[in-house]
Ligand binder design. Structure first.
Ligand SMILES: [Cu+2]
Length: 141
């Protein structure tokens, strides 16, 4: 009886607890920029393997003054970009941050970043959970 109650409590706790663990980030990289650049672009694939949507609501790094999520789009033949305050990752889907689409705008680098360097970027979700992903600096292909 004690054991059955213990298992029931675990099952009730699991959906919320598992949420952050079900967000996976792969192919995380930052485009190498000239040494004096005040802004850099970051890219990754973000997978949500859970059964409910998640929102990325805040992004920070000790190596940058500020990080914003942006979306690039064509407007009257010109490439423009727009700040996206929150990024939704639908249930069991992924969103790709890539040149020409969604991307991270990394403002005010606090150190010189060259190809091969690693940067830790912290993502906060709408439920208050957060996780830290290592990004590798490299040249654009
Ligand atoms: Cu941008």
């Amino acid at each position: 009886m004690m054991q059955a109650r213990f298992i029931l409590i675990l099952v009730l706790l699991m959906p919320g607890m598992a949420l952050a663990d079900h967000v996976l980030v792969g192919h995380a990289w930052i485009r190498e920029a000239p040494p004096m650049a005040r802004v850099m672009g970051g890219y990754a694939q973000i997978h949500n393997r859970s059964g409910s949507a998640v929102w990325i609501t805040n992004i920070t790094s000790p190596d940058f003054g500020e990080i914003q999520l942006h979306r690039s789009f064509m407007h009257k033949g010109m490439m423009r970009m727009q700040h996206v305050p929150e990024l939704k990752i639908p249930a069991r889907s992924s969103v790709t941050l890539q040149p020409g689409g969604y991307h991270l705008m990394l403002f005010s680098p606090k150190r010189a970043l060259r190809s091969g360097d690693r940067v830790l970027i912290r993502f906060t979700l709408g439920n208050g959970r957060h996780f830290v992903i290592p990004f590798t600096v490299r040249k654009a292909r």
